[in-house]
Design a protein around this ligand. Structure first.
Ligand code: GAL
Length: 665
């Protein structure tokens, strides 16, 4: 299997971190191209992504092929020593496709058409779309298979369309037949006897379109699964085409970060390189840094713990928030180094140079509108120099495994978001984010994981909230704890089975036994302005009226309110159960205590506030997410690879400063 390592550690050459971004030079006069490449070289750019959204240029009318401009670009890139990550252009079909084949356009749940004029206007089940997408992909792959600039394939872009149209309906039925076998089994799985929804014929089964009132949760859940699988089928089809032409080159598709639409675990398994786009808001650098860490920990886990790729981030401002702030000086570099610290071997941006026209003309680039003397490019050069320095020591090395696993699963996320939920404030993604942030703030080594993964490698597993758990996951948790593992489990977990059927007793009996819970009588969600007093902290979002099993220790109880005197936080053997969401400092304290008990220590003790420490291979990355200079104690003698200076016991990090330390020989 081709891997990222093939590009970052080429035989006989020094290892390197890939550095570059989306390049859309077809929007510029050709004189600009050579100028771009000159500036890229100066900045240490290794790779560019070409051709994302270029379908209308490559195939201006059905069957026509206009490759001349791309030939010249590929040749020019190669002549300048820049590798090309070549995108299949299928995320933005040319207007002629929608015009001639309206069925290639997606329909929303109200039956409204998404027209061309933007991008991502394709119906993934459409035969016409697939046929044309396959043809252009095949032509592209055939033409450039032997081109020396080509280093990787980038399939489509951020697969994210949804379609409730007629072709989607047919494909959905086929998918459902595979999953359920018979219509009877489907009726059972969805519980269609409720509200008289029983299906008598497959043709009656539709995507969950606009309906009068709440839709069937099993139906909606299966449609989300189906949509993820359908898009994955589109990815696979293009991947298989390019693989036939270039079996030696890695293939990726860029994920949106921590996003509901695709089952990241299933998708990553189909890629040679796992890549992700990450756009935290620079207006809040601390929250942004956490977002980076979360996305990195998830992407690294999806990549099996090995190197992964930042396919897109912004050098400065994006242009899709209500107010779009640039990155203050130093923040771009800090966040690039943070990704590398957490396992990235490739740092790419959207985009090299901002366009002068089109919807993203105010989106930042590695070189800004102010040009080669502007701050954006100056910082691009600096980042490139840092990555070039780190490459030989860093590329291919691994962030140590073990540590704390935060469990996350898409099936459960989807099921929990049903419109008939007890609280629309409850979102697995937000809970994973809150718990991960607590661990990140505590400086503990952490990764994300799925309950089916090998949990035994982790002394502590935390499970913020998995509404839906299959039997295999429950057994895995039982075995994990029986085998000596420590578990912290959050509320409203193990409530549903894979058909979104409530487990007997409300919460699975095996899970209750594991956590020392006799029963949960009521779930009591809290409104945004409500909280519960638990003595030493306040809890929000959720509470439960629960009865503990004999022998379970109550660590905190509710004081006042409807659950006065009832247990809120439990300990039972090596498990803890949180029936509410403690405020951030309390959650951090609670998880830190559990980590301590499980023998997991912070990466570096005694760090000043805002400093993140991450180990990768035998290096220690120190990243300062604050603005005021801080002094960090690092016992021993080290050398900072970024500056070449020797560090004896302490070092000072300035605003958004970073150091990458190796033990001094
Ligand atoms: C990404 C997309 C890019 C660009 C970027 C802007 O979602 O893949 O093409 O639009 O956002 O932030």
């Amino acid at each position: 299997m081709p891997r990222l390592d093939d590009l970052t550690r080429p035989p006989g050459r020094p290892a390197r971190i890939l550095y570059g971004g989306d390049w859309n030079p077809e929007q510029w006069p050709e004189e600009t191209w050579a100028e771009d490449l000159r500036l890229m070289r100066r900045a240490g750019v290794t790779t560019v992504t070409l051709g994302v959204f270029s379908w209308a240029r490559l195939e201006p009318e059905p069957g026509a092929r206009e490759f001349g401009w791309l030939d010249r670009l590929m040749d020019l890139a190669h002549a300048h020593g820049v590798g090309v990550v070549l995108a299949t252009p299928t995320a933005s079909p040319p207007p002629w496709l929608g015009h001639r084949h309206p069925e290639t356009l997606p329909r929303d749940e109200d039956g409204r058409t998404e027209w061309w004029g933007s991008r991502q206007h394709f119906a993934p089940a459409s035969e016409a779309y697939r046929t044309h997408a396959a043809a252009i992909t095949d032509a592209l792959a055939a033409r450039y298979a032997a081109h020396p600039a080509l280093v990787m394939w980038h399939i489509n872009n951020e697969y994210c369309t949804h379609d409730w149209g007629d072709e989607a309906a047919r494909a959905f039925r086929t998918w459902l037949r595979t999953r359920h076998g018979t219509l009877d089994a489907l009726n059972t799985a969805w519980g269609t006897d409720f509200w008289g929804q029983r299906y008598a014929d497959w043709d009656e089964v539709l995507p969950p379109r606009r309906a009068h009132y709440l839709r069937n949760p099993g139906h909606v859940l299966d449609f989300r699964r189906f949509t993820s699988d359908l898009l994955l089928e589109c990815y696979r089809a293009e991947r298989d085409i390019v693989r036939r032409h270039t079996p030696h080159l890695p293939v990726t598709t860029n994920f949106m970060p921590f996003w509901q639409g695709q089952d990241g675990w299933a998708w990553a398994a189909e890629e040679d390189v796992v890549s992700v786009d990450v756009y935290p808001d620079p207006a809040d650098p601390r929250t942004g840094a956490h977002e980076n860490a979360l996305v990195a920990d998830l992407t690294r886990a999806e990549a099996g713990g090995g190197p992964w790729m930042v396919m897109e981030q912004a050098a400065g401002a994006v242009n899709w928030r209500p107010v779009n702030r640039p990155k203050p000086e130093g923040l771009n570099r800090l966040w690039a180094l943070q990704a590398v610290a957490r396992g990235a071997d490739a740092v790419h941006y959207f985009q090299w140079r901002p366009s002068r026209q089109g919807a993203e003309k105010f989106h930042s680039g590695m070189i800004g509108h102010s040009g080669e003397h502007g701050r954006a490019y100056r910082e691009t050069v600096r980042v490139g120099a840092d990555l070039a320095r780190l490459g030989p020591r860093v590329a291919g090395s691994r962030v140590p495994g073990g540590g704390i696993a935060v469990l996350h699963d898409w099936d459960s996320w989807w099921a929990g978001r049903h419109e008939g939920a007890l609280s629309d404030r409850l979102d697995q993604g937000e809970l994973v984010r809150a718990w991960h942030r607590a661990l990140w703030e505590a400086g503990l080594p952490v990764t994300l994981a799925h309950p089916h993964h090998d949990l035994a490698a982790h002394p502590l597993v935390v499970l913020p909230h998995l509404y839906l758990l299959d039997d295999r996951s429950i057994t895995a948790l039982e075995r994990y704890v029986a085998g000596g593992g420590h578990l912290v489990c959050g509320f409203f977990t193990g409530v549903a089975d894979p058909d979104d059927r409530v487990r007997p007793g409300g919460t699975d009996a095996r899970l209750r036994a594991l956590l020392g819970i006799e029963r949960i009588d009521e779930w009591w969600p809290l409104a945004a302005d409500e909280s519960t007093d638990c003595g030493t902290f306040r809890g929000g979002l959720w509470t439960e009226e629960l009865v503990t099993a004999p022998g379970t220790e109550v660590l905190a109880s509710h004081r006042g309110g409807p659950l006065d005197g009832r247990p809120a936080v439990l300990r039972h053997g090596r498990t803890r159960y949180l029936s509410t969401l403690p405020e951030p400092a309390a959650l951090r304290a609670l998880l830190t205590e559990a980590a301590h008990e499980a023998g997991v220590r912070p990466v570096l003790a005694g760090l000043p506030d805002g400093v993140e420490a991450v180990r990768r291979g035998d290096l220690l990355f120190l990243l300062h997410h604050g603005r005021d200079p801080v002094t960090v104690r690092v016992p021993g003698r080290h050398r900072d690879l970024l500056t070449g200076t020797t560090v004896d016991d302490t070092l000072t990090l300035d605003r958004f400063g970073a150091a990458v330390l190796e033990e001094h020989p």
